[in-house]
Design a protein around this ligand. Sequence first.
Ligand SMILES: [Zn+2]
Length: 420
Amino acid sequence: MRYKIHRGEREIGGMCIEVQSDDGSRILLDLGMPLVTPDGGDYPRDTPQRPTEALLADGILRQVPGLYPHDPTAPSITAIILTHSHLDHYGLAHHAHPAIPVYGSDGTISILEVGSVFFPDAALPSDLHRLPMDDPVKFGTLSITAIPVDHAAPDSRALLVEADGQRLLYTGDLRAHGRTGFRVKKMLKDERLRGVDWLLIEGTTLGSSSETHGLHSESDVEDRLVRLASEHRDAMIAVVASGQNVDRLVSCFRAARRTRRLLVIDPYQSFVLMKLSPLSRSIPQFDWEGVRVSFSPRQVERLKEAGLMGLVHRMGKKSRVSSDELAASPSRYLASVRGSYGMTKVFDKIGPDRIVLVWSLWRGYWEREPCAMRAWAEREGVKPRFIHSGGHAWPEDLKRLRAAISAKDTVWGHTDADVI
Ligand SMILES: [Zn+2]
């Protein structure tokens, strides 16, 4: 067995790893969108939608024999296996030949399906399959075991590849400080992983983009939100977060409960949570006591277009909170929101002096990308609080994992650290 990292070794994003067994069976682990241009900028948002040939010509897609539709030897990759639903791991997978199946965990596939409802322009792979957890699956002579890990994307996996009497472990993205951090701790004792031939391990926090300013753990995020909500009894706590970060939503839900507030979510997040509900009974749902849904017209429109009228009705009947109600008593609510223009209109109605704005995403997004929320905050003189804990393991956890696995060869990836 041998492997090749096509992209993602000395950069954060654009992950693409090929593994080949001695008899020529080939698979890809992730096929992600790079996040940073060679000169350190951002790619335009519609980059994944550009034609395959143009992306190859610009080096955004890498040359992988037998992968793309125009290649006469395609499809000679047996499958693409995704570790999780972040763009830098799956975002270019739809450029592969349509006959190449794409596999991911239940949660990964569910998030991709949510994307097809809310972002219909974003192309998705056509042949999606669910990969069982912890059970080896054969792709030619390569065997893949998807091992659950803790990360900011729900239901993320590390991948163990076995063939020809050899083993390769690719961690994908992981951390030990989220709500399922025990999963990574379990890996420390996992005999299947000990002494693998190759450990391809993510090293995001080792580099210059490290999220060292963030809070140590997800439970710290919850505690900080509780403190903030207790200190500002006359205002709504508005937490700008990713709708797909379920750990963060749980932190918001728990902080709301602990301070006797109602959690407000939007239809997009309600749909995400509903799709992920088979994963765990502790994922909050829109019809739970203490949860309300603030209707965003655009999001409701998307659900209707996708034929989900029944869901819209159920949200409206059971859980809807109007912007008038939010404005009438903002201190009753803790809201998990997106940084959209539509949300700033709701904020205008409530009044900026009755909103405590929390930026609960990577701080670099606030600083680098001018968004509607930042424009609103600057106009209104609202200073955001930065309350966030990142999705990537701290250096000490990485060290522990590396030592426990004791691979014959360790290769760091997903990092901009120069020398490791
Ligand atoms: Zn990730």
